[in-house]
Write a protein that binds this ligand. Structure first.
Ligand code: COA
Length: 389
């Protein structure tokens, strides 16, 4: 059976109109534009206004993505929403979004911190790959500002609100998610958490008094963790795809901190222009950050049909994930209609030729991916040895 892939056929994003600059932060916190820019690269972030929720922002991004793809709500087979800040603990915001969009399909939430969108994309690819579904909507949306302690300068200046969405449609042949890496290390849970409000510590006067219903973070530990996993996850995903690092047109990472991204560029040996960065204008929008960055990269022409890109995230859990994504129509084999006239073959024969070429392409990828996975540890050890010298 030909392997099925989910081609990204539509994308959309939403950011609340209200913009909060570093100077605005300095009016309510003991901080400064200079401190925030030099430590994080963030200059401003979008903050949701009255009436805006994770649901409303998701709807705006999803409608844009569906319009862009030319797909009607009733054609959607599944909705996956990555968020850590749903409107309610119950019901899941995914069902509210399904109803409001007018879709007749299953819907669920994924919670994997800022890594959620890449997790969601890899799950969508499984449903498409098995043949269960043809059209999957994946959303990353967060309203983190409602869970920030606006008296805590360690966290309040870092985050922002927003939503991004993509539509995946089944095609035969390699495109969309070519490979992925998912990681989790619960040992680091305490470094980024909201201690109150869940079943371990339900809402109570104590939770409110001790401000346990807000995000707490050990910034240095999270920084160390992110710097460790970002480059490694990206390298592993590229190795698993069977592509060479030079085949990657653009890296679209989770936008948490400019310094983390610059360190990753150094580790990967990338020029900064190969990494898409918009953290200066959004701050950290958690699970929304990668789809928003992907939309902006596409809109700005930083990546286009035919390109291979890497999406890579890290966050609460602690979790991390990376995926190699091919944009546009399947990258192999070439369209038969491009052949010279004398080579034109009947449709059935052309389809067979396509299947053989497809299988050959996939076999080649399988071999090179196995080889790359075997050689990666050796490569990493050698690079470390050379660096130590
Ligand atoms: N303005 C001014 N000073 C601030 C501040 C702010 N907004 N936030 C913290 N500080 C102060 C602290 O109070 C502390 O002061 P002290 O030394 O007097 O106690 C000092 O700055 C902290 O310095 P340091 O820990 O060296 O800062 P840093 O260079 O590590 O930067 C972070 C702090 C939070 C920006 C950085 O650790 C970080 O980005 N970590 C990763 C966070 C992240 O990405 N989280 C989300 C992951 S999904």
């Amino acid at each position: 059976m030909t392997q099925r892939y989910g081609q990204i056929v539509g994308w959309g994003k939403y950011a609340p109109p209200r913009v909060m600059t570093n100077a605005d932060c300095a009016k309510i916190l003991d901080t400064s534009d200079e401190w925030i820019v030099s430590r994080t690269g963030i200059r401003e972030r979008h903050i949701a206004g009255d009436g805006e929720t994770t649901k409303t922002m998701s709807l705006a991004a999803a409608r844009q993505a569906l319009d862009h793809a030319g797909i009607k709500p009733e054609e959607v087979d599944l909705i996956i929403v990555a968020t850590s800040s749903p409107d309610y603990l119950l019901p899941p915001v995914s069902s509210q979004i399904q109803y409001a969009l007018g879709c007749r399909c299953g819907a669920f939430e994924i919670k994997a911190g800022c890594t959620g969108f890449v997790y969601g994309l890899s799950v969508a690819q499984q449903f498409i790959g098995t043949g269960a579904y043809n059209t999957v909507l994946v959303i990353g949306a967060e309203i983190i500002s409602r869970f920030l302690d606006w008296t805590d300068r360690n966290t309040a200046v870092l985050f922002g609100d927003g939503a991004g969405a993509v539509v995946l449609r089944a095609v035969d042949g390699p495109t969309g998610v070519l490979s992925f890496v998912l990681g989790s290390d619960g040992a680091g849970a305490e470094h980024l958490m909201m201690p109150g409000g869940g079943s371990a510590s339900p809402a109570s006067q104590r939770v409110l008094d001790e401000r346990l219903n807000f995000i707490r973070m050990n910034g240095r530990e999270v920084f160390r963790f992110a710097s460790r996993v970002l480059g490694r996850a990206a390298q592993e995903a590229v190795a698993r795809s069977g592509l060479a690092p030079d085949d990657i047109a653009l890296f679209v990472p989770h936008q948490a901190n400019l310094r983390i991204l610059q360190l990753a560029c150094r580790e990967l040996g990338l020029p900064e222009e190969k990494m898409f960065i918009n953290v200066d204008r959004y701050g950290n929008t958690s699970a929304a950050s990668i789809p928003i960055a992907l939309c902006e990269a596409l809109e700005a022409g930083r990546c286009k049909d035919g390109d291979n890109i890497v999406l890579v995230g890290f966050g609460a859990g602690l979790t991390w994930a990376a995926a190699v994504v091919h944009l546009g129509a399947p990258q192999a084999p070439e369209a038969v209609s491009n052949w010279p006239i004398r080579l034109q073959v009947p449709a059935a024969a052309a389809a067979s030729v396509n299947r053989v070429k497809n299988a050959a392409w996939q076999a080649r990828r399988q071999v090179s991916s196995t080889l790359a996975a075997a050689l990666l540890p050796l490569y990493t050890r050698t690079v470390k040895k050379v660096r130590r010298k």
